[in-house]
Write a protein that binds this ligand. Structure first.
Ligand code: MN
Length: 153
């Protein structure tokens, strides 16, 4: 960093998908929900913008929580490859793909077995709590063979 750089305004990128003065956080504060091998970095938040930009990364074999909620996500894959469940569709995803997750749409990200999966996620700063599927909702999802295979890992 040079003398003219302000760390609040410019945070340099480093190997390993880390940024200056951005702490590596657990994926969720509430560790009771199912997820595996995933970290979170809060890159931007601003009261006037009313949003947060986060970077999530899954190690190979890792996955995010299967959830849905009223708030929307805008996701851009930045690293690696994997798959994304969106509603009842399973999509392969790789770096620089853009994904819109609408309100109340089931979603889950899974890294492939050999590569990490890292993505930016923009979200409202004030947002509702994610809901997990109940037994009936899981059964309805698993009725789609492709989704059942995805959920089984
Ligand atoms: Mn979500």
């Amino acid at each position: 960093m040079t003398e003219t750089e302000s760390p609040d305004l410019l945070r340099r990128f480093h190997d390993g998908f880390r940024w200056d003065q951005v702490p590596l956080l657990p994926y969720k504060e509430d560790a009771t929900t199912p997820f595996k091998a995933i970290s979170r970095q809060l890159l931007f938040t601003d009261a006037a913008l009313g949003c947060e930009l986060r970077y999530f990364e899954m190690a190979p074999g890792g996955y995010s929580t299967l959830e849905r909620h009223e708030h929307v996500h805008a996701v851009m894959i930045l690293r690696g490859e994997g798959r994304c469940l969106l509603g009842d569709r399973v999509n392969p995803v790789r770096a620089f793909d853009l994904i819109r997750i609408p309100s109340w749409t089931w979603h889950q990200f899974r890294a492939g077995p050999d590569a990490p999966l890292g993505f930016l996620c923009m979200v409202n700063a004030a947002r509702d709590k994610p809901r997990l599927p109940d037994a009936d909702e899981l059964a309805a999802l698993r009725a789609h063979p492709e989704v059942a295979a995805f959920l089984a890992g």
